[in-house]
Design a protein around this ligand. Structure first.
Ligand code: UFG
Length: 342
């Protein structure tokens, strides 16, 4: 029997490359597309090395509908995982149209082509950003979505709605939105990992780059929050665990185990960790001292958010299994690999 084929858009990116590995290891055929605007072909090479599979790669921009149509014509996939999107919160505030045009346009093309070409299953990369500053913790999938505080966050909410409405219209498409909490870490091979361009926006790459001497000092944005140590709390999810959640969600759609044709799942660990705890764990696990200082709050930051994960645990049969220590060791191993540090 032919293997199921999955199209992974943004498959040269951080989460896309780890998910491609997990899909291949689970027995899927994968086609990777990416416009390489914020990613590197080296990630596809890393995936090929890890899996021993010469995974097909096509440099395509999902906003180019005719180029995307050619991919739909060329490959007989029935499932799509749509990672391709811009993701820098601050940049989205400065350049909202860039975010609306790219993040909405690419997803609309994917969904239109799925209808036009008769493909069934789609996973959308959503974010815990849709919960904003939650009223109750942990957040469940039924927790209210809050008005978005950035155009980036708004595109995540809008794409969830576009998917929900498309599915509801009986377009022959089934969809799942996965709401990621804070992905971090890298594949244990250290052949793929997070490779931000320029100054990292996110905490863990800033930590690893500071440890590697690429950045002088980590700024911790505020220690006057209403949390035990005053720093913000997040739910840090290992990217390999996150990749496994995609395999479980695709399996649910492919096997028709979904209870509704549009479903939403939180993908986190269920555990909140403060910025300070994370920094201290990184130092302890990797046996080094990090240069950091406390500075003022970063505008737009949520104080605390972590996931209630029982829906994903029960329905997807998936659970985060990697420990914070393992993940921080993997993040550092990857940074050392990138920088050529022994
Ligand atoms: N932080 C620092 N210093 C840094 C970077 C981050 O102290 O140099 C702190 C932030 O203030 C925050 C925590 O580390 O308290 C995590 O910050 P990240 O930028 O790594 O992650 P966020 O939770 O702000 O953002 C993530 C995703 C976004 C998403 C958001 C909400 O990166 O895409 O979660 O879900 F919108």
């Amino acid at each position: 029997m032919a293997k199921e084929m999955v199209l992974v858009s943004g498959g040269a990116g951080y989460i896309g490359s780890h998910t491609t590995v997990a899909l291949i290891e689970a027995g899927y055929d994968v086609v990777v597309i990416d416009n390489l605007s914020n990613s590197d072909l080296g990630a596809v090479e890393g995936v090929r090395k890890i899996t021993g599979v010469d995974v097909p790669f096509e440099q395509v921009d999902c906003c180019d509908k005719e180029a995307l149509r050619a991919i739909f014509k060329k490959y007989p996939f029935n499932s799509v995982i749509h990672f391709a999107a811009y993701k820098a919160v601050g940049e989205s505030v400065e350049q909202p149209l860039k975010y609306y045009s790219n993040n909405l346009g690419s997803f609309l093309n994917i969904l239109e082509l799925m209808q036009e070409e008769g493909r069934s299953n789609v996973l959308f990369s959503s974010s815990a950003t849709v919960y904003g500053e939650p009223d109750e913790l942990p957040v469940t999938e039924a927790s209210p979505r809050k008005p978005a505080t950035s155009p980036y966050g708004n595109t995540k909410q809008m794409c969830e709605d576009i998917l929900r409405d498309t599915v509801a219209a009986g377009a022959g498409v089934k969809g799942i939105a996965l709401r990621y909490f804070n992905p971090m870490g890298a594949h244990p091979s250290a052949l793929i990992g997070e490779l931000p361009r320029g100054v990292p926006n996110n905490l863990v790459p800033f930590i690893t780059q500071t440890a590697a001497g690429v950045r002088e000092c980590l700024s911790i944005f505020g220690n006057d929050y209403n949390t035990p140590d005053g720093t913000c709390i997040r739910d840090y999810i290992d990217v390999v665990d996150l990749a496994a959640a995609h395999v479980a969600a695709i399996g649910r759609l492919v096997e028709g185990c979904n209870k509704k044709d549009y479903e939403v799942f939180n993908v986190g660990t269920g555990r909140g960790v403060s910025v300070m705890e994370l920094v201290e764990a990184f130092e302890r696990v990797n046996g080094l001292k990090l240069n950091y200082r406390i500075v003022g709050r970063r505008s737009g930051d949520v104080e605390s958010v972590w996931a209630e994960t029982s829906l994903a645990n029960n329905e997807l049969g998936w659970k985060a299994v990697r420990t914070l220590d393992e993940t921080l060791a993997a993040a550092w191993a990857w940074e050392k690999h990138v920088r050529g540090i022994e």
